[in-house]
Design a protein around this ligand. Structure first.
Ligand code: GLU
Length: 447
């Protein structure tokens, strides 16, 4: 049986064993289809069923989260934590609070996290968690009661050497504060390293807030440099307007690029003069409003309800919103408009059809596993500071992040060459991440 046939049969088995989990199937397919050359070079991986084992989470926890809203009504949500792989370190990965969350979303995110975390070179395993709770329109009191109830169950599965959650969509510094407070209260331990993304006043790391967005820009900068190009003077699109998008815009501007559009799930802001980051921060970080309010502050900008941001001409596109936000049609439009680079700040934002378009056009395409790994890498730096009871400066921490992103780029670039797909960062990222995990699993015996 050829390596490709063996892999296809493993994939079919994953689909059968995990019915209805489309996003998980998509994430697994995206990794497995690049692993053929690795199995040829390392027959021991097939013999020990490493791929089959990696596709099966080590542990999946699903639990009830009851809480009371401001009207005194009882609400019930579902909580998840999928502890996917701990070969390289304690489980590590964010929590997502969004109404779309179900097991298939958490599993796709957890699966991606294994390889992303391995790629950073830091000692962290892969996990993801969250809930179908919708924080939109909820008061601080409601969010607090939800977080306390969520942690009341989850705390028994966590620990700085066991599992270390952080934020993702719908989970920022406010939620991490409530979660940490409840963990501390239940366990009677000030265990800083049990969560990352904490406020720097009480154990968080400087640069963690900026890290995913900054890291994505460092990555796209590296991809351009490898082609003898730069970000200077480039016109950019950044989808989303959450934490990742905001700090991607900030770093793009710092490096001399111009961001002309951003978005939320309702519509797109097009500001040809360059997005006012101050306005976006005020609306999203402080007032928690929709991006449509932007035009009240910047009358020359346009708001297009329900439009696709990818229709706007650009040199560089950074999808920083959510999964499957950039499909085949959008990808064709970007390429036709002269886009030279795409880097994913979000997890799996480009559909398989979109990826094919970028590959055929041979533009620089950085998959999320590599491009957005700066967030979790800085979480690992936060764990390092917590373990040594230290706090680093912004400058030093950013320097570390920059070096990590350069290394990730270098590893992906070299692995893609070694395995016969020069310039293909998907191949490079998947193979590099997979090999690290596979080697550890082999060393541990049958686990
Ligand atoms: N949610 C982020 C990610 O997708 C960060 C996870 C973390 O810092 O643990 O990588």
């Amino acid at each position: 049986m050829s390596a490709e046939t063996a892999i296809e049969s493993i994939f079919q088995q994953v689909v059968r064993r995990n019915p209805g989990e489309d996003e998980f199937h998509q994430a697994v397919h995206e990794v497995l289809e690049t692993l053929g050359p690795v199995l040829v070079k390392h027959p021991e991986y097939a013999e020990h069923k490493i791929i089959e084992r990696i596709c099966e989470p080590e542990r999946q926890i699903i639990f009830r989260v009851p809480w009371q809203d401001d009207n005194g009504h009882v609400q019930i949500n579902r909580g998840f934590r999928v502890q996917f792989n701990s070969a390289l370190g304690p489980y590590k990965g964010g929590l997502r609070f969004h109404p779309s969350v179900y097991l298939g979303i958490i599993k796709f995110l957890g699966f991606e996290q294994i390889f992303k975390n391995a790629l950073t070179g830091m000692p962290i395993g892969g996990a993801k968690g969250g809930s179908d709770f919708d924080p939109k329109g909820r008061s601080d009191g409601e969010v607090m009661r939800f977080c306390q109830s969520f942690m009341t169950e989850l705390h028994r599965h966590l620990g700085e050497y066991t599992d270390v959650p952080a934020g993702d969509i719908g989970v920022g510094a406010r939620e991490i504060g409530f979660l940490f407070g409840q963990y501390k209260r239940i366990t009677n331990r000030y265990e800083s390293g049990v969560l990352t993304g904490k406020n720097p006043h009480w154990g968080g790391s400087l640069v963690r807030r900026e890290a995913t967005g900054y890291g994505t820009v460092f990555f796209v900068d590296e991809m351009l440099r490898a082609r003898g190009q730069s970000l200077e003077g480039r016109t950019c699109l950044v989808s989303g307007s959450g934490n990742v998008a905001i700090y991607a815009i900030e770093k793009l501007e710092e490096l001399g690029a111009k961001v002309v559009a951003c978005s939320d799930s309702n519509g797109v802001i097009h500001d040809p003069d360059g997005i006012s980051l101050e306005t976006v921060k005020q609306l999203k970080e402080i007032e928690r409003r929709r991006i449509s309010d932007y035009i009240k502050h910047r009358p020359r900008a346009k708001y297009h309800a329900g439009a696709s941001i990818w229709d706007i001409p650009c040199d560089v596109a950074l999808p920083c919103a959510t999964q499957n936000e950039l499909g085949e049609t959008a990808a064709r439009r970007l390429v036709a408009n002269g886009c030279i680079a795409v880097a994913e700040g979000a997890n799996m934002p480009t559909t398989p059809g979109g990826i094919r378009v970028f590959e055929e056009a041979r533009i620089a395409y950085g998959p999320g596993k590599a491009a957005n790994a700066g967030g979790v890498a800085t979480s690992a730096l936060e764990m390092q500071q917590n373990a040594s009871r230290d706090a680093w400066t912004f400058e030093y921490t950013e320097k570390r992040l920059h070096a990590i992103m350069r290394d990730i780029h270098g590893r992906c670039f070299e692995a893609a060459e070694e395995f016969g797909s020069p310039g293909n960062y998907i191949v490079g990222a998947n193979i590099t991440g997979f090999r690290r995990v596979a080697e550890a699993m082999l060393a541990f015996g049958l686990i």
